[in-house]
Design a protein around this ligand. Structure first.
Ligand code: PLP
Length: 468
C-alpha cells in the first residue's frame, strides 16, 4: 500500500501549483510565481531542501520556526514510527495519557528548573494561537479581571482572541470588531506599562521576549520590572514563547536570559514537536490551573479534541530529548552570537542596513533610508513612492535565486527581514548564508542595477494590485 501510494504521489508531481490555484489560494500562488519562489521541493533533510532537479537549498525559514532540529530528524522519525507500530490506544479521552504526562514532566523541568519555581503545570493544545487563546481565558478566570495588554508590533496568532492582541493594523483591518478590553502599550516602555496598569483592572500583560515581526529584543531589566509592575497591579505576566522558546535564542526559554524573570504563564508551540506534528502548550502555575479547573464539573472546562494526541506527544518527547543530548540550546547560543556579530560586520558596508537585531538563532536586519548618498536616497524614495516596505525582497529574492537560500521578510509593512535557521545548523552552513548576504547587500548599492530593476518591477506590480 505505502509503495503504491508513494508511486502514485510521484506521478502527481507537477500538479502542485495548478491544484493550489484551483482549490486552495490562487493569490498566494500568484505571489510565489511573481517572486520566483514557485519551486518543486521534493525532499527535506536536516538544514536542506531539495528540488526535483536535485538542487540543494539552505533552509533559513524552517517552516516559520518549527524545524528546530532540521527536517526529518532521524531520531524523532524513528520514535514516531515506533509509536505508530505499537498501535497505542491514542485519544481515549476518558483516561490519562502516559506520553502527555512524560512531556509535561520534561517541559516543566525546563520552565521550573530550580526548587521553589512554580511553572509546573501544562495544558496541551495544537497551535500557538490556541495556546494564546487558552492563556487569555486562564488569566481572566484567575484574576476575575477583563483587560488584556499587549505590545505594539506584537504577533500572537490570527484567531479572533489572539488577533485582538496583534500590534499591526494590517492584520486586524477588515475583520470587524475584535475582542473588547484589549489595549496596546509600546514595547520596552515601562512607564507606559505602569500607566496602563494603574487602574488595577488588568488580567494579563502578553509579551514576546523577542518580537517575531521586528526581531526587537526585550531590553535588560524590562521583563523583571514588567513582572514587578504586573504583580503590584494584580495582573499576570504572560510570556509568548511560541517562536522564541524551545532553545531558539540560546536558552530553553528566551525570558531565561534574565534569571529573575518567572512569568505566570508561558505559551509554547512551533518547535516543541520538531515540526512533525501540530502542537501547543500553556505552562503555568498550580494556582492558576486550579482556579480554572476548580470543580469536577469543570475538570475539562477548557479543552480540545486533539490535544495530548500520541504523535504530537511522542514527537515532543523525542525532540526535547535530542535537544538535551545534542547540546542544541548551546549551539543556538554559540552560533547565534557568531551569526549576529558577522552580520553586524557585513551590514556596516551597506547604508541601507539599519540595525541587526535578535538573540541566538532568531535574528534579522531592519532596513532604512540611507543617511548620506543622494543616489541611494533617490533610489530608496522612488521605491517607497511605489510601495512601502518591499526593500527586503531585494535581499530575499536573490538569496533564493542566486544562492539557493530560503528566507522570508519578517512581516507585511515592515522593513525587517528575519532568519530562523535550524538550531543544529553548522558554522559551515552559516558561512554559506553570511557570504551570500555579503554579496546580496553589495548588489543593493549598484544603482541602476539588476537588483533594483527586479524590485522596482515587483513594486510596480504590487502597487497595481493594491489599486485594483
Ligand atoms: C509569538 C507567536 N505567538 C503565536 C503565534 C501563532 O502560532 P500559530 O501560527 O501556531 O497559531 C505565532 C506564530 O508565528 C508567534 O510567532
Amino acid at each position: 500500500m505505502s509503495t503504491d501510494f508513494l508511486k502514485w504521489l510521484d506521478e502527481q508531481q507537477g500538479r502542485t501549483y495548478e491544484l493550489h490555484a484551483r482549490h486552495i489560494n490562487p493569490i498566494f500562488v500568484k505571489m510565489l510565481q511573481t517572486i520566483g519562489f514557485d519551486k518543486q521541493f521534493v525532499r527535506g533533510q536536516g538544514c536542506y531542501l531539495y528540488d526535483a532537479g536535485g538542487n540543494r537549498y539552505l533552509d533559513m525559514l524552517t517552516g516559520w520556526g518549527v524545524f528546530a532540529l532540521g527536517r526529518n530528524h532521524p531520531k524523532v522519525r524513528s520514535v514516531l514510527e515506533a509509536v505508530l507500530s505499537r498501535e497505542l490506544p491514542n485519544l481515549v479521552r476518558m483516561d490519562c495519557s502516559l506520553l502527555a504526562g512524560l512531556v509535561a514532566e520534561k517541559l516543566t523541568s525546563r520552565t521550573a528548573p530550580h526548587k521553589g519555581q512554580s511553572l509546573t503545570r501544562v495544558f496541551f493544545c495544537n497551535s500557538g494561537a490556541e495556546s494564546v487563546e487558552a492563556a487569555i481565558k486562564f488569566a481572566r478566570c484567575f484574576t476575575a479581571k477583563q483587560r488584556i495588554l499587549y505590545c505594539d508590533h506584537a504577533f500572537h496568532g490570527l484567531t479572533v482572541g489572539s488577533l485582538s492582541l496583534n500590534g499591526a493594523g494590517f492584520f486586524r483591518e477588515r475583520f470587524g470588531d475584535l475582542m473588547p478590553w484589549t489595549e496596546s502599550v509600546p514595547f520596552n516602555d515601562l512607564a507606559a506599562l505602569e500607566r496602563a496598569l494603574a487602574r488595577k483592572d488588568v488580567a494579563a500583560f502578553f509579551v514576546e521576549t523577542v518580537q517575531g515581526k521586528s526581531c526587537d529584543v526585550a531590553c535588560d531589566g524590562y521583563l523583571e520590572e514588567a513582572q514587578k509592575l504586573c504583580r503590584r497591579a494584580g495582573a499576570l505576566l504572560v510570556a509568548d514563547e511560541v517562536q522564541c522558546g524551545i532553545g531558539r535564542t540560546g536558552r530553553w526559554f528566551a525570558y531565561q536570559h534574565w534569571p529573575n524573570v518567572e512569568p505566570d504563564i508561558v505559551c509554547v508551540a512551533k518547535a516543541l514537536s520538531g515540526g512533525y506534528v501540530p502542537v501547543g502548550a500553556v505552562v503555568t502555575t498550580p494556582g492558576i490551573m486550579d482556579a480554572v479547573f476548580n470543580t469536577m464539573e469543570r475538570c475539562v472546562i477548557h479543552s480540545n479534541t486533539f490535544g495530548q494526541n500520541d504523535l504530537a506527544m511522542a514527537a515532543a518527547l523525542a525532540t526535547l530529548t535530542v535537544m538535551e543530548e545534542d547540546g542544541i540550546v548551546e549551539n543556538a547560543e554559540t552560533l547565534g552570537t557568531y551569526a549576529i556579530r558577522q552580520l553586524e560586520n557585513i551590514t556596516r558596508d551597506c547604508p541601507f542596513a539599519g540595525e541587526v537585531r535578535g538573540k541566538g538563532l532568531m535574528f534579522g536586519i531592519d532596513f532604512k533610508r540611507p543617511e548620506n548618498s543622494l543616489k541611494l536616497q533617490a533610489a530608496w524614495d522612488a521605491l517607497h513612492a511605489l510601495n512601502f516596505a518591499i526593500f527586503g525582497q531585494m535581499v530575499i529574492v536573490p538569496l533564493m535565486q542566486e544562492h539557493r537560500i530560503l528566507a522570508q521578510v519578517a512581516g507585511y509593512h515592515t522593513e525587517v527581514i528575519k532568519f530562523l535557521p535550524p538550531l543544529n545548523i553548522t558554522k559551515q552552513d552559516l558561512d554559506w548564508f553570511l557570504s551570500a548576504m555579503q554579496q546580496v547587500l553589495q548588489n543593493t548599492l549598484r544603482v541602476p542595477g539588476a537588483a533594483w530593476d527586479t524590485v522596482m518591477s515587483l513594486a510596480k506590480g504590487a502597487s497595481r494590485a493594491y489599486l485594483r
